[in-house]
Design a protein around this ligand. Structure first.
Ligand SMILES: [Zn+2]
Ligand SMILES: [Zn+2]
Length: 255
């Protein structure tokens, strides 16, 4: 399969997943329709589906424009039928999806919103605004417990899983990560690498899950340095994973 990253709006990414055997394609999180349609035309693809990770407008804003032009299946979490424009196929944890000859799976990962899902095709994970490169989404509708368990679920995938998230936020996420775990050598190296890429205007997405587990503060509730940062910022924080995660998330919100 082939993956085409499409920069949308200010810092969103949509993705075309292309079945190279049939030329059929799906688009993940079309913030807007026109750039997606242009790319589909350029690549001479047959767009057959929209895969929405969650209902936010910057991930679904293009649904209407695409459906005005093409007949498409629209996937999203089954609880979000009223909030995802044009949804035809409500999905849930463990469901299978087929696009051309590509087979994918669904993870239910609430926390950023109550109806957030991720899609996994081979080792490519499309995780919207739940797991970001070097960060995670804000808790708009869920609890720290929900988000931490969603992140734990994604973190259990193999280390070579590629992380295709919904935004180009890596550099600012790493700036925060450095404020809570500056002694992590892998983090320091990643920060330098990412600054180099951004200086040249290049994308820092995808990363790998292995890289995230080594440097993403929202997956590192076991890190002694992060635990120390949390207890010095919020004395008395309990040191269970959900409490540590919740405290780091609050620190990031205020960063
Ligand atoms: Zn969102
Ligand atoms: Zn978003």
């Amino acid at each position: 399969m082939k993956i085409i990253q499409i920069p949308l709006l200010r810092d969103n990414y949509g993705y075309l997943l292309v079945c190279e055997k049939t030329n059929q394609a799906a688009v993940v999180d079309p913030s807007e329709a026109e750039p997606v349609l242009r790319r589909v035309e350029q690549e001479k693809l047959e767009l057959v589906a929209i895969l929405n990770t969650h209902h936010h407008r910057d991930h679904t804003g293009g649904n209407e424009g695409l459906l005005a032009r093409l007949r498409l299946k629209v996937y999203g979490h089954k609880s979000d039928k009223a909030r995802v424009f044009g949804m035809t196929d409500g999905v849930d944890e463990g469901d299978a999806i087929q696009i051309g000859e590509m087979k994918g799976g669904v993870f239910f990962i609430p926390g950023h919103t109550t109806g957030h899902v991720a899609y996994l095709f081979e080792n490519n994970l499309f995780c919207g605004d739940t797991l970001f490169t070097a960060g995670c989404g804000r808790l708009f509708e869920g609890t720290p417990e929900q988000m931490q368990s969603s992140l734990k679920k994604l973190g259990a995938l193999p280390g070579d899983t590629k992380v295709y998230c919904g935004h180009e936020y890596t550099e600012s996420n790493l700036r925060f990560a450095m404020s809570v775990e500056a002694k992590n050598p892998q983090l320091v190296a990643r920060f330098e690498r990412v600054q180099g890429l951004r200086t040249r205007g290049l994308s820092t997405v995808p990363s790998t899950l292995e890289e995230e587990k080594l440097t993403n503060p929202f997956l590192r509730w076991d890190s002694k340095e992060i635990q120390a940062s949390v207890t010095s910022a919020v004395p008395g924080t309990r040191l269970d994973p959900a409490s540590i995660f919740g405290a780091v998330r609050k620190m990031k919100d205020a960063f």
